[in-house]
Design a protein around this ligand. Structure first.
Ligand SMILES: [Ca+2]
Ligand SMILES: [Ca+2]
Length: 144
């Protein structure tokens, strides 16, 4: 189902980037482009291009590949975060989205997708999904 980019969409990264630079384009219109980072390899997105669930995707090596997005200063009282994920390794923890101060969406080596959110009274709270995902299969994962 296509995403309806309303005025409330903070960011949408299609991961279709396949160029000789590090820019990961935000299609929301809010200018939250990311920067692909690969400390020991080539960080250009055309070096990480892969077949995606919808058009292209970006391939992460599970070691030092990630995308950084700075300047997302919008405030919100509720948020939904979703992404298409295709694992090729289930033996270690993998960050999917990390806001650092409010929430993390990740794959845990207990073989579950996990959301960890920050509660002002109780601190970091983990919640595990129930699906034991297979490698090489696309999953739409997220939380609201
Ligand atoms: Ca895509
Ligand atoms: Ca790398």
């Amino acid at each position: 189902m296509p995403v309806d980019l309303t005025a409330d969409c903070l960011a949408q990264w299609k991961m279709n980037d396949n160029t000789a630079n590090t820019v990961v384009i935000d299609y929301s219109g809010n200018g939250h482009n990311g920067t692909f980072t690969d400390a020991t390899g080539n960080p250009f997105t055309n070096q990480h291009d892969a077949v995606g669930k919808i058009n292209g995707a970006l391939d992460f090596d599970g070691a030092d590949d990630f995308i950084v997005v700075h300047g997302m200063t919008e405030t919100y009282s509720a948020i939904s975060v979703f992404g298409w994920i295709n694992l090729d390794d289930k033996t270690s923890n993998h960050q999917i989205v990390n806001s650092f101060t409010r929430f993390q969406l990740r794959f845990n080596s207990t073989s579950r997708f996990r959301v960890v959110f920050y509660d002002n009274e109780s601190g970091w709270q983990p919640r595990d999904g129930t699906t034991d995902p297979d490698t090489g299969v696309w999953y739409l994962v997220g939380f609201t």
